[in-house]
Ligand binder design. Sequence first.
Ligand SMILES: Nc1ncnc2c1ncn2[C@@H]1O[C@H](COP(=O)(O)OP(=O)(O)OP(=O)(O)O)[C@@H](O)[C@H]1O
Ligand SMILES: [Mg+2]
Length: 295
Amino acid sequence: MLTSQVQKPAAKPKYKQRPSAVQQYLPEIITITSGKGGVGKTNLAVNLGILLSQRKQRVLLMDADLQLGKLDVILGASPRYTLADLVEGRKTIDEIIMHHPSGIDILPATSGDLDLLDADDRMLKVLANSFSSIQSLYDYLIVDTGAGLSPTVLTMALGADKVILLVTPEPASVSDVYAMIKVISQKAPDLPLILVPNRHSSLEDGVELHKKLNLITQKFLKTTIYYGGSIVEDNAVRQAVIRQRPFVTEFPNSQAANNLQLVCHRLLKFPRQDFDRRSNIFDRLKEKRKVMETA
Ligand SMILES: Nc1ncnc2c1ncn2[C@@H]1O[C@H](COP(=O)(O)OP(=O)(O)OP(=O)(O)O)[C@@H](O)[C@H]1O
Ligand SMILES: [Mg+2]
């Protein structure tokens, strides 16, 4: 791994302070997930995060794929410490956050030692308290999850302000994302669900898939899913993954990068979650676990 790419700045970095906020500023939480695995979630999380940061948004990426986090592979940077080190009192939150040269920060949650869902309330309180000290530094918290209807993924989705659902043209991916929409919309009917079709042969195919799926979810689930923009199948993504670099910086003029610019643009135009309805991600996890338990 090219760990040398990740530097720890000696002093506090570049962040601007929010003007006299009455309450503490909290980032908007966007969880990225899918019904089926391997559809491009981690690539989307990293590259969207970078595009947002290029548009002056301060982004923290949280790797919540507890089984198989691959943020480090795509960014060419292994985390030295994880949330487990924080919980055990070995490191402070500043020490585990990685500042990547692309402009985003990464909070590595992946660890064999720590399952956020099994963590007791006291542990989540420790995490929530530590997180409070840094959360106002960010505009967005992007959470990269694993795929499917596992309790971890669902809790991360239910704890978000918005959920981006990735889907590819394969029938299994489409039926799995429908199952996901069904469960999320039952548990959180007001949570905005944004569909991003990936690996389509044309943008029109992505638009078409959204249209069809939305008709079905409106009819059978009484749920509208928003269109977040499509990303076509592009060799640049595969090449960038092989080089362990984000495709938006490695191939900024590729079709996939251009498509993602539009996704980013749409996302910034979506109404943002009201400040007074935002809360700390770890407090939310505590709350949402209870919703899962009563399922
Ligand atoms: N638009 C695209 N064009 C071409 N290849 C793509 C595209 N999007 C993703 N891929 C390929 O799919 C692979 C899997 O992507 P990624 O690791 O982001 O998926 P994931 O959904 O995070 O997987 P997991 O469910 O295992 O976490 C990438 O390594 C890349 O080769
Ligand atoms: Mg992944």
